[in-house]
Design a protein around this ligand. Structure first.
Ligand code: RIB
Length: 301
């Protein structure tokens, strides 16, 4: 039993700014850094750092070799990370003084995953395995169909939500990970309980994980509702907080943790990522998360 993450790999170009640039405005950034990123890559690294076995599949350009190298160094199986003629996908990220971000994506090689490649990768996996997906690569609908046909459990992180995703059939999705804004875009509802209720009306077998920023997160299916509060953190850069949460969550589920434990571990790891700069490089290793959780429980008792 393992995890195959078919996902994006990006070069993140990060600009620290006093405020997000406004229409018609030109501003200078206080700093510029280049980081490894992409929701797919970040999530694979989080899964591996959380202690689960993960294989990453996706496409980079000739300029993306360092992304594959980082995945390898982080313990991710990279046999299905291939190179195309296109440039690697990249993200232009503004980070404000408050640590909030806004992102422009360039798809690049992330949109070069053809069906033959997908078939070839998925042939190595079966119903015992978990398929992890986000919305930053092409042929997402095909991947969902294939995963469903193979009887795989599928985790879909709905980020970033766009028209394509809003119109997709999500019946095969076992776990849907959304934040409040994405939940609103998908369902038209803005209250967490209404977002979950609407999704479950349409997809009764789904498990919805709704992240609510500093208000914590909610896990909801037809039988259960579990709430997890947010861990306190000094916000430096929120980039990849959701990816860290997603990776730690699914790794915890795979390694047999209860749902309560999985949510707590994922929330703690995400809070740690928020207090550090960058995307993939901000993701903690499991020993750090374990220590933080132990300290936290000691303070509480
Ligand atoms: O979720 C964070 C990621 O979103 C960044 O690493 C960036 O590449 C964008 O894909």
């Amino acid at each position: 039993m393992g995890i195959i993450n078919f996902g994006s790999l990006n070069i993140d170009r990060v600009y620290k700014v006093s405020h997000f640039v406004r229409p018609g405005e030109t501003i200078s950034s206080e700093s510029y850094k280049c980081f490894p990123g992409g929701k797919g890559l970040n999530q694979s690294i989080a899964i591996s750092r959380a202690g689960a076995k993960v294989t990453h599949a996706g496409t980079i350009g000739a300029d993306g070799g360092f992304l594959k190298e980082l995945l390898k160094q982080s313990g991710v199986d990279t046999r299905y990370v291939r190179e195309s003629e296109n440039v690697t996908g990249h993200a232009l990220i503004q980070v404000s003084e408050e640590g909030e971000n806004c992102i422009i994506l360039y798809k690049g090689s992330n949109y070069e995953n053809d069906v033959n490649f997908i078939d070839y990768v998925l042939a190595g996996f079966n119903s015992e395995d978990i398929l992890v997906l986000q919305n930053e690569i092409n042929n997402l609908e095909y991947l969902l169909q294939c995963g469903k046909q193979k009887g795989m459990r599928i985790l879909l992180n709905a980020s970033p939500v766009d028209e394509r995703l809003k119109n997709m059939d999500l019946t095969g999705v076992t776990w849907l990970m959304v934040n409040e804004t994405e939940g609103l875009e998908i369902t038209g509802e803005n209250k967490p309980e209404r977002i979950a209720a609407q999704l479950l009306d349409k997809y009764p077998a789904m498990n919805v994980i709704l992240t609510l920023g500093t208000d914590g997160c909610v896990y909801q299916n037809k039988e259960n509702r579990i709430y997890q509060s947010c861990f306190p953190a000094e916000t430096v850069d929120t980039t990849a907080a959701g990816d860290t949460f997603t990776g730690y969550f699914i790794a915890s589920v795979l390694t047999g943790k209860s749902m309560e434990e999985a949510l707590e571990i994922a929330s703690c790891a995400a809070a740690m990522a928020v207090s550090r700069e960058g995307a993939a490089v901000s993701i903690p290793i499991y020993a750090e998360v374990e220590k933080k959780l132990m300290d936290w429980h000691e303070i509480k008792h």
